[in-house]
Design a protein. Structure first.
Length: 648
C-alpha cells in the first residue's frame, strides 16, 4: 500500500541526519537558506527601528506623534500578513521555492533602495511605504521558508532545523533593532550610514540566495486565486479538517498573542515597574530574545531529534508558571535611586524579574517549535505553504488582538502586573482547551515524562520507523506501559490493538481510549469485539498510519517471550504492509510488570526512578516474510542484543 501523496511533506530520500542541529550550518541544503532568511529578517527590523528612532528623535512629524510612532510602524509591517499571506502561500506551492527565494531577495534590494533614498532625504511618507513593502517581503518569504525545510530535511532533522530558524529569526530581530537604532542615531551621517547598512544586508542576502539548492514546486498546476480573503478561508478549511493541525495553528497564534503582550510592553515594564531607563528596556529585549533562542535549541535534545509534541504541554505549563510569578515579582517594586544598568542589576529583586522573563521565553520556545514541525510533517504537501500562510494570518490577527486586549485591560484600570496574571491564567485555560480537544498532546507528554523520569529510556534503531505510510509494529509485551514507551520512541502517532481488559483500568484505560487504541478480545470470549478490532486495524492501515500489536496476546508473567499468535498474519494477508519488529528490554521487574504472583502495580518502589530500560528496533520485514514464527525469532534476536530481559 502506498501512502497518500498529499500527506507526505518530506522527500522520499531525505539526507542522513547529522550529529546535531548545529551541523546543519555546514551543509549547503541549509546554510544558504538560513543566512538568506536571517539577513532578510534583520533588514526588516533594521528599517522599522531606524524609522522609529528617526521620527521620534530626529524629525518632527506633526501627524505622527512620537508616542504612537512605534505602534503605527509596527502595524504597517504586520498589515501585509493580513492582506497577502494567502497569495504568498499559493505562490510558494506553485513555483520552485529556490527561484521564488531569489526573486523575493531581488525585490528586497529594490525596496531598500527606495528606503535608502527616503532615509537620506528624510522623506517620512516614503519610509512608511517602504516599511509596508518590507512587511510584504516578509509575508511572501515566510511560506517559502516554512515549505522549504521539509523538502531538504528528514523528520529527525526537522525539529532542529526549525529551532535554528527560530533562533536565527529572534537573533535577527534583536540585532536589526540594535543596529538600525544605533546607526540612524549617529549625529550628522546617521541616516546615510543606515541607508548603506540596509543596502549591504539586502545585496548580501541576494548573493547568498544564489547558493540555495533547487526546491521543485509541490503544486505546479495550481491556479492562483487573487482574492486573498476567500483563499485564506479555503486554506483554513484545509487545516480545520485535521484537528491536530488546526489546533497547532491556533496554539502558535496564541504563543504570539502572549509574546506580543510582553514584547510590546518592555518600555513600560522598564519605566513604570522597574523604574529604569532605555538601557533596562534593551536588556529585557536581549534577555527575552536569547531565552527564546535557547528554548528553541533545547527542543532537539529534549525530543531526541524527533518531532515531539509532548514538549508542548511542558511549554504551556512553564509559560503559565512564570507569567503568574512575574505578577508577584513586579507588583510592588520600589525605585532604586539609579537609572544606570549597573544600578538596576545590583538589586536582587530585579534578577527575579529577569529570570521570570527568561524562563517564560524558554518555555515559549519549547511550546512553539514542536508545533511548527508538526504542521510541516502533517500538512498535505500540496498545501504546505498555504497552511503556513493561514498560520501567518492568524498569527497577525492574534497579535493585533493582543495589543487591543492589553490596551483595554489597562484602560479598565488593571496594572501591568495584573495583566501578566490575567494572561498567565488565560494561557492555562487555552492550553487545557487545546489539550482536551486533541488528547495526543497530553498522551505524548505522559510518554515523554515516562521515558525520561520514570525510566531512563534508551532507544536503538529508531531510524527504522518509517516517516510516512502504513506499517505494523510488533513488540514483546512486558508491562502495562509498553504502549506508552513505544509512543515515546515513535515520531508518529501509533494506534495500538490492546487486550480489552486493559481499558477497565482507571487511569491507563482512559489514556488508551484517548489515544484511539483498539480493544480486542479472543474470538471465544467476544466474537464481535474480535472482528471489530480487525476492521478498525485495517482502517488504520488504509489511512496510512502506524499500527502497534503485541502478538503474545497478554503481558508476560515470567519475563520470557511467549509464542506469537496468528492475528498479525491475518491482517497482513489483506494489507501487505512492512512489519517492524521491536523488543523492550530491562522492563521486567518494574512496577508495571507482572512479577509477584502474576500481579502488577502492587509495590510502587519496586524499582526507583530513572531505571534503565531499552527498546531495540529492527529493520522492517516485508509482509510475505512476516510469519508469527519469523517475527518471534526476530524479536528474540533483538532482545539478545543487550542485557537479558529474563527474570533474575
Amino acid at each position: 500500500m502506498a501512502p497518500s501523496p498529499d500527506s507526505r511533506p518530506m522527500s522520499d530520500t531525505p539526507p542522513a541526519a547529522p550529529h546535531s542541529q548545529f551541523s546543519l550550518l555546514a551543509q549547503r541544503r541549509f546554510l544558504p537558506f538560513f543566512v538568506a532568511q536571517f539577513l532578510g529578517a534583520a533588514n526588516g527590523y533594521f528599517l522599522q527601528f531606524a524609522v522609529v528612532v528617526l521620527v521620534t528623535f530626529r524629525i518632527d512629524v506633526p501627524w505622527l506623534p512620537p508616542q504612537y510612532a512605534g505602534l503605527a510602524i509596527g502595524a504597517l509591517y504586520v498589515l501585509p500578513y493580513l492582506l497577502f499571506s494567502a497569495t504568498g502561500g499559493q505562490l510558494a506551492d506553485k513555483f520552485d521555492k529556490t527561484a521564488l527565494t531569489r526573486a523575493i531577495k531581488t525585490l528586497e534590494i529594490g525596496i531598500v533602495a527606495l528606503a535608502a533614498w527616503g532615509l537620506v532625504s528624510m522623506h517620512v511618507p516614503l519610509l512608511l511605504g517602504c516599511v509596508f513593502l518590507m512587511g510584504l517581503h516578509a509575508t511572501l518569504f515566510s511560506p517559502v521558508k516554512f515549505a522549504y525545510l521539509p523538502n531538504h530535511l528528514s523528520e529527525r532533522e526537522l525539529t532542529g532545523g526549525n529551532a535554528m530558524l527560530e533562533t536565527g529569526t529572534f537573533s535577527a530581530i534583536l540585532l536589526g533593532n540594535l543596529a538600525g537604532g544605533a546607526l540612524v542615531a549617529i549625529p550628522g551621517y546617521g541616516p546615510t550610514l543606515a541607508a548603506v547598512g540596509l543596502l549591504v544586508l539586502a545585496v548580501a542576502g541576494r548573493v547568498v540566495a544564489q547558493f540555495v539548492p533547487p526546491t521543485p514546486a509541490t503544486a505546479p498546476g495550481l491556479r492562483i486565486a487573487w482574492n486573498p480573503f476567500a483563499e485564506t478561508v479555503r486554506t483554513l478549511r484545509v487545516a480545520h479538517e485535521r484537528p491536530v493541525l488546526f489546533r497547532a495553528v491556533l496554539g502558535i497564534s496564541w504563543m504570539w498573542f502572549m509574546g506580543t503582550v510582553f514584547l510590546s510592553q518592555f518600555a513600560s515594564i522598564a519605566r513604570d515597574l522597574l523604574h529604569g531607563g532605555p538601557a533596562v528596556a534593551g536588556l529585557l529585549l536581549v534577555v527575552f530574545s536569547v531565552a527564546v533562542a535557547a528554548g528553541s535549541l533545547a527542543c532537539e535534545t529534549l525530543s531526541r531529534r524527533h518531532v515531539e509534541i509532548g514538549l508542548v504541554p511542558l511549554g504551556a505549563i512553564g509559560m503559565t508558571v512564570f507569567s503568574v510569578d512575574l505578577y508577584f515579582a513586579t507588583r510592588a517594586l520600589e525605585p532604586y535611586g539609579s537609572d544606570s544598568l549597573a544600578g538596576f542589576l545590583a538589586q536582587p529583586e530585579h534578577w527575579r524579574v529577569l529570570v521570570d522573563l527568561a524562563m517564560l521565553a524558554v518555555f515559549a520556545g519549547l511550546f512553539s517549535v514542536p508545533m511548527y514541525a508538526l504542521i510541516q510533517t502533517r500538512s498535505p504537501i500540496t498545501h504546505l505553504a498555504r497552511v503556513n500562510a493561514a498560520n501567518n494570518v492568524l498569527n497577525a490577527l492574534f497579535m493585533v488582538a493582543s495589543a487591543a486586549v492589553v490596551a483595554s485591560l489597562l484602560a479598565l484600570g488593571l496594572t501591568l502586573p495584573q495583566v501578566f496574571l490575567a494572561v498567565g491564567v488565560a494561557n492555562a485555560l487555552v492550553a487545557a482547551y487545546v489539550f482536551l480537544m486533541v488528547p495526543e498532546y497530553l498522551l505524548r507528554f505522559v510518554a515523554w515524562v515516562a521515558s525520561r523520569i520514570v525510566y531512563r529510556f534508551r532507544v536503538r534503531g529508531d531510524e527504522h520507523v518509517p516517516a510516512n505510510g502504513p506499517a505494523v509494529l510488533v513488540c514483546n509485551h512486558v508491562s502495562f506501559v509498553d504502549a506508552v514507551l513505544l509512543m515515546a520512541a515513535s515520531p508518529r502517532p501509533i494506534r495500538f490493538v490492546m487486550d480489552h481488559r486493559i481499558f477497565a483500568l482507571p487511569v491507563l484505560g482512559t489514556m488508551f481510549r484517548l489515544s484511539g487504541a483498539i480493544p480486542i478480545a479472543p474470538r471465544s470470549v467476544n466474537a464481535a469485539t474480535y472482528e471489530r478490532a480487525f476492521e478498525q486495524a485495517r482502517r488504520v492501515l488504509d489511512e496510512g498510519e502506524l499500527l502497534g500489536i503485541f502478538p503474545e496476546g497478554a503481558i508476560t508473567r515470567d519475563g520470557r517471550l511467549q509464542p506469537f499468535r496468528a492475528g498479525v498474519r491475518k491482517l497482513l494477508d489483506t494489507h501487505p504492509v512492512p512489519v517492524l519488529p521491536m523488543a523492550l528490554g530491562e522492563l521486567w521487574g518494574s512496577y508495571f510488570s507482572r512479577i509477584e504472583q502474576g500481579r502488577a502495580m502492587v509495590r510502587p518502589f519496586r524499582r526507583g526512578a530513572f531505571t534503565p530500560v531499552r527498546l531495540e528496533i529492527g529493520e522492517p520485514m516485508p509482509a510475505h516474510e512476516a510469519t508469527p514464527e519469523a517475527l518471534q525469532h526476530r524479536v528474540q534476536a533483538l532482545l539478545d542484543r543487550g542485557p537479558t530481559n529474563r527474570p533474575a
